[in-house]
Design a protein around this ligand. Sequence first.
Ligand SMILES: Nc1nc2c(ncn2[C@@H]2O[C@H](COP(=O)(O)OP(=O)(O)OP(=O)(O)O)[C@@H](O)[C@H]2O)c(=O)[nH]1
Length: 667
Amino acid sequence: MAGAAALRRAARRVIRPLVNASAPSRTLVQPERLLSSQASPEHRGRAIVSGSELGLYPPERIRNFSIIAHVDHGKSTLADRLLELTGTIQKGHGQPQYLDKLQVERERGITVKAQTATMFYRNTVETSESHGTDSPSYLLNLIDTPGHVDFSYEVSRSLAACQGALLVVDAAQGVQAQTIANFYLAFESNLSIIPVINKIDQPTADPDNVKAQLKRLFDIDPSEALLTSAKTGQGLSQVLPAVIDRIPCPPGSCDLPVRMLLLDSYYDEYKGVICHVAVVDGAMRKGDKISSAATGRTYEVFDVGIMHPELTPTGVLYTGQVGYVITGMRSTKEARIGDTLHQAKSIVEPLPGFKPVRHMVFSGVYPADGSDFDALSHAIEKLTCNDASVSVTKETSTALGMGFRCGFLGLLHMDVFHQRLEQEYGAQVISTIPTVPYIFEYGDESKVQVENPAALASNTAKRVTACWEPTVIATILIPSEYVGPVIMLCSERRGEQLEYTFIDAQRALLKYRIPLREIIVDFYNELKSITSGYATFDYEDSEYQKSDLVKMDILLNGQPVDAMATIIHNQKAQKVGRELVDKLKKFIERQMFEITIQAAIGSKIIARETLSAMRKNVLAKCYGGDITRKKKLLEKQKEGKKRMKRVGSVDIPQEAFHELLKVSNSK
Ligand SMILES: Nc1nc2c(ncn2[C@@H]2O[C@H](COP(=O)(O)OP(=O)(O)OP(=O)(O)O)[C@@H](O)[C@H]2O)c(=O)[nH]1
């Protein structure tokens, strides 16, 4: 497995020095010196952290914090610098964005999965606690969080284990839509927030303007802001002292039986299920028996330790500490995120846990070649072991055969899932048009949630009496000159304006309630294109609203293609139906017979195109009788057809499904 290999490679690069007791006051600890004979007795020359060393860190000497920011404002780079500064990773380890371990994270430059790292740090800069004299060393747990709107669920999960957060804002770009969303997530979780204005090395940096925005939007005192450049290192020495000084220590009692929050889990092919936990009360030792509050099952603790930043066994974890535990869990399904793990046989109050995951986007995932179903099934099972936020149920399509209906947090999440399926498991898939969960009410007053448009029978005996669709509250930040086009875009997408204010002389903030369906595919791209890339956008779930929805079928030679059915607003059906049919005509290859392509609502045809018959002769240019060359051409043609889906008697290339996806969500 690529992930495990990367982990082992990384482990070889990591040094595990701790804190230099004799480092002079008011200078930063030099990691190299930590291995010298001057190192404190508890850490001298040791590469591995022991349980007794961890015992030296009671809650008062622990800080659990997170870094939150709008995408690309520099949180992963800042995390790297903090790991280097504390000697947790070696400087110039040659792998930027250390905590972004997934291949897809590196390729796309985004953080998808929250990661945790434990650092040891001696505060040698004067703070209200240390006053610069003989300062104690601290155990700091840094939780890196994703910045993209789809992954705010991961953000809120990480925040549950923290008492504070660094709110990173780009000094040139200023506050953006996700800065606002993340600020409120942290604020509502009662976290201490340290504003960090990053990238001050940029020529266009304007930290004073950013301070004014922070004051205006969040009432943050400008004097609290730290000015940093994660690139040049400027200002970084103030960050960890501020963490120690301004973030409270974790609550909890060392004297109570162990109780811990299960933050995340993943499957490692060598070690089995690894759970990330935050110990709230008591201590957990190797060999202990612990129970899950959710399932009631009891497990033995086989291994326990910290992420430093790789798994580092310590044999014990104490109150306030964040680390990992390996038990005999066989699948991540047993490790329910947000569950409370506690001392077996003790009666404890479960911790509050997290909001359940809400799947916003559903799509069918089918093997490009029907005979690969088992391989796809295996790949999905493996992948969902490490991404519990995807829901999976088996489904069968008459057009595409056996496959799965998957629920995702958002469209980027869906894309990332597909990319990981291809990259990590070599799976070739066809995905159907994404849809949102609608609610339909029938004449007998029964209500159903519809996650697959095909499941909504067109000529049902039951009459649909009402339908509802999910909406979101969208926050959009734009330079004021783009307000006009953005308002137009939002009203085309059936948005209702809730707020329109200016955050400074140049930028406006717009809030809209918009049906989720209208934003799931290309809303963000279009918003970016009409604002020359300047808009930033975030959304949060809102309520369901009543809507006039219809099911639109696509028929090929009179046969409905279930995988292409969509649910759509009545007013848009005609236009979208027309575009879908036009697009399909371009993508479906002409065949030996005529093909009619139709869009229909119930029995009413709303658009129609005909593709005339033809046969593409690949051997036409092949003169003479070289049989091997002819064979090669025929082989090539066969290969080309591999990624086609035979629907009835018509071959549809995979791109057609992708293109439909774009059209079905356009204006
Ligand atoms: N000039 C300058 N560039 C920086 C600084 N910090 C980060 N960058 C660059 O900004 C880009 C984004 O940085 P990341 O650390 O990946 O941003 P992020 O916020 O973690 O992004 P996500 O992981 O997608 O949420 C990278 O190209 C960094 O090299 C800085 O202080 N100055």
